[in-house]
Write a protein that binds this ligand. Structure first.
Ligand SMILES: O=C(CO)[C@@H](O)[C@H](O)COP(=O)(O)O
Length: 230
């Protein structure tokens, strides 16, 4: 929903569901401190160079839609947001492996205890092996989000090299939900679907289309076709 008109979020959400979206992907970003400020240690490092929405917006949107709210936490301390997003009615809570190596088990337990589905995301520069531990054991995450752009903004160019990560994941975990996010649209969906992605985040390619429903249908058809040939 990062590409939507935030001033009309409820109607934009309803429009996307009407056009055939299964989930609404909600990008929660914590802002960024310029390098010079960090040099003087006078500011706390955040995760991405953009500031978007938080729990109050999720709570308001939940009053207008029953859709699955797939929250992507691009924040330095995801644990700080579990309670408030659970109360707000978030459906999925996907945190970044880069900021949760030491406490992901606690995170997953707490996310589940609040009735949300835990997922883990990784940036383009993070090796896929870093998420393997989070897929093993008694309390694994239930989805992996492979970023196909640097997090922070919509409308960026798809990074095809990230498909190697998707292929590796699909071979190792045949039934896992694998989400791809960034630059997905009619010209890039076939590569993602063929690699094994089955959850597709698409912002600008849908919101910017004259016929968003057609784009959503095309994305779904590509994934369904790829799954049949797997
Ligand atoms: O998390 C992010 C960006 O940080 C993504 O969800 C983008 O918002 C996807 O937008 P498009 O690339 O599809 O326009």
């Amino acid at each position: 929903m990062l590409s939507s008109d935030f001033a009309n979020l409820a109607s934009e959400a309803e429009r996307m569901v009407t056009f055939g979206a299964d989930w609404l992907h909600m990008d929660i970003m914590d802002g960024y401190v310029p390098d010079f400020a960090k040099l003087f240690c006078c500011a706390y490092f955040h995760f991405v160079p953009n500031l978007t929405i938080g729990a109050p917006v999720i709570e308001s949107l939940r009053k207008h839609t029953k859709a699955y709210l797939d929250c992507h936490l691009m924040v330095t301390n995801p644990l700080d947001y579990v309670d408030q997003l659970g109360k707000a009615g978030a459906s999925g809570f996907t945190f970044h492996v880069e900021v949760s190596k030491d406490n992901w088990q606690e995170l997953v337990k707490k996310i589940k205890s609040k009735g949300m589905r835990p997922g883990v995301a990784l940036n383009p520069g993070t090796p896929i092996e870093e998420v393997f531990p989070l897929l093993e054991g008694e309390n694994p995450v239930e989805m992996v989000l492979v970023m196909t752009v640097e997090p922070g903004f919509g409308g960026q160019k798809f990074m095809p090299d990230m498909m190697n990560k998707v292929r590796t994941l699909r071979e190792k975990y045949p039934t896992l939900d694998i989400e791809v996010d960034g630059g997905l649209g009619p010209s890039t969906i076939d590569a993602a679907a063929a690699a094994g992605a089955n959850c597709i985040v698409a912002g600008s390619s849908v919101f910017g289309a004259p016929e968003p429903a057609q784009v959503i249908s095309l994305l779904r058809t590509s994934v369904n076709k790829a799954q049949k040939t797997c």
